[in-house]
Ligand binder design. Structure first.
Ligand code: AKB
Length: 316
């Protein structure tokens, strides 16, 4: 049996598009999508799918052995806003799922692991502009703590046990296919949907909140390129800084207005404002650019054009 790829959390915002891309690259039957339930029927019907609880070590192990899995993408997680509401659940899911996959790799059951980290590893004491690859990381959210600790464990498992684990600190990811859930950067996705559906949007972040963001196509490109890079090029085994653009709610609204002049924006910051305020406004990703030739394709203008074009097709 040829070796397979397993995506855990395949029905989430990134998992959905990652599954499609990996199936394009490796063939539909070689990529097994999995999630805790079958909420996304189009994914379930498009290729191999298993119901899998990311917190269940034996279930993941059995799946890997039964399907001859050699690479796991662990995309299941509770994000920053949900993590503040359910701290223990976030810790439980985010940490234990990572340990399960790292231990499978340590035990020789799988060969390669992708695990996403986040700009949430940074905190108020991190340099606010161009946050360096190696810098102070004092996160103030449960999600950020799980990602920071997870990064340490990834590097530890690589250094001590030779596990080939690779990771990216994703910024806010913007896409038109699957909705994000429970993140602080989610406003930058919701705004496009509401612009098309209602012509207006109320932002839960203040107008001048500048955050690092990226279009989904770039995030998927980065993920597949990092995983394809020769092992000797990978100098970071915790997690790579990755950047494309930074903008504020006011700037994304202005960008939408260039194509939809009647679009209106209002602001009603909630508890997510404090989370956003704790993160840097921009990221220095020069190490990723040097190690595996990372470069982004989408800026705000190009992304707005693509988001509005695709969402018009969806809603109109
Ligand atoms: C969130 O807002 O929690 C995520 C992230 C930046 O990791 N999108």
């Amino acid at each position: 049996m040829s070796s397979k790829i397993l995506i855990i959390g395949a029905c989430g915002q990134i998992g959905t598009e990652l599954t499609t891309k990996l199936r394009d690259i490796h063939g539909v039957d070689n990529v097994i999508a999995s999630d805790i339930n079958t909420r996304k029927l189009e994914l379930v019907n498009a290729g191999p799918f298993v119901i899998l609880d990311a917190k269940n070590f034996n279930a993941i192990k059995d799946c890997c052995i039964n399907h001859n899995v050699d690479t796991v993408y662990l995309m299941a997680a509770l994000l920053s806003a949900t993590g503040e509401k359910y701290p223990m659940e976030a810790w439980d899911l985010n940490m234990n799922s990572l340990f399960h996959v790292l231990n499978l790799a340590k035990g020789g059951h799988i060969k390669k692991v992708f695990w996403p980290s986040s700009i949430a590893v940074f905190g108020p004491t991190t340099p606010n502009k161009n946050a360096p690859q190696h810098t102070i990381c004092e996160p103030t959210t449960v999600y950020g703590i799980t990602k920071q600790v997870g990064e340490r464990w990834c590097e530890y498992y690589h250094d001590k046990y030779g596990v080939d684990v690779r990771s990216i600190r994703y910024p806010g990811i913007i896409s038109h296919k699957a909705m994000p859930g429970g993140g602080t950067t989610d406003y930058a996705v919701e705004i496009y949907h509401e612009a098309i559906k209602e012509g207006k949007y109320e932002s839960f972040l203040a107008e001048d909140t500048n955050l690092p963001m990226m279009f989904m196509d770039d995030a998927i490109k980065a993920t597949t390129e990092l995983m394809a890079a020769p092992s000797e090029n990978i100098t970071i085994r915790s997690s790579y800084n990755l950047a494309a653009m930074s903008f504020t709610p006011k700037e994304i609204a202005e960008s939408i207005k260039t194509e939809m002049p009647d679009f209106t924006m209002s602001y009603k910051p909630d508890f997510r404002q404090a989370i956003a305020n704790s993160w840097p406004t921009s990221i220095d990703d020069s190490v990723a650019r040097k190690d595996w030739n990372w470069s982004h394709d989408f800026d705000l203008k190009k992304m707005t054009s693509e988001m509005l074009t695709q969402l018009k097709k969806k809603y109109q």
